[in-house]
Ligand binder design. Sequence first.
Ligand code: PBG
Length: 338
Amino acid sequence: MFDAPAPPLSPAATPARPRRTRRTAALRAFVRETTVTAGQLIHPLFIVEGQGIEKPIRTMPGHAQRSVDRLAAELDDLLALGIRSVLLFGIPRTKDDRGTGAWDPDGPVPRAIQAIKQRAPQLLVIADVCLCEYTAHGHCGIIHDHTGHVDNDETLPLLAKAAVCYAQAGADIVAPSAMMDRQVAAIRRGLDDEGLVDTPILSYAAKHASAFYGPFRDAAESPPAFGDRRAYQMDPANFREALEEVRLDVEEGADLLMVKPAGTALDIIRAVRERFPHPLVAYQVSGEYAMLKAAAEKGWLDEERAALESLLAIRRAGADQVITYYAKEAARWLSTQA
Ligand code: PBG
């Protein structure tokens, strides 16, 4: 009688006692399912043109806009803390209607990439690809009038030019965040045409039109001068649409995927994790950081525990890597934990 089913256990005879594995620190560590390490955190950097600039960002304590010549100490810090990757945003001195600064080889991002590759070649450099920091109107692409409607197809070649420019400067990964339809395909073709077949694309695949980007727009000086981004970024109400956005980007050739924001889209992170094999990045955005910072400043939250718990939750949802303004602090906290 080999395949006779095991007799049902009487619930009374085997009371479940989940607390057994929580009794000591050693047991808790032994059964811990999720970890956060410095190597899983991506540190954002804001690069300005000019020299000798290190201007703190008011809405994001601990972060600053820096000119390329002021990056060295920051890079040394990152390496010492075990952080392995950075995400670059550029703030040009002048902006125009087409965002031409986005593909200027002497612009802040290409120059920062070269400086990083020289000083810290082991750091992985991800270049954000969007026009909103470079357009005078602050929208992520070309607009023809003050309705704020972004012309999708006219924007595509410009995003491709920016991606090519950063890849040629030495970026390890380009990360389009404009939420234009077919931007991944356009960038893939642009890179391939220039022989940059080995540059991977990390697609901001599912990006909600979120209130939590507020502090970033101060940092990157990129708020839309009029209107908002709801005609190109996704409605936070939509889950199925997020999966469809991801599927399309995969079809267009995305190598890595991103969900953004992270904390308000843990369900989407989990769903993408289960449906796609691709490396998955989640972006804990500026507003998530600012909320924790502000509560901590008031003494209302234990900042270390709350920040690490939020990063853990993003990892538990299924993200491989997390872009976070807490990268440095978290790495420091983690290095002093048992
Ligand atoms: C550029 C871009 C934004 C963020 C990352 N890339 C701003 C936006 O979409 O409005 C936000 C990041 C953050 O809030 O930390 N399009």
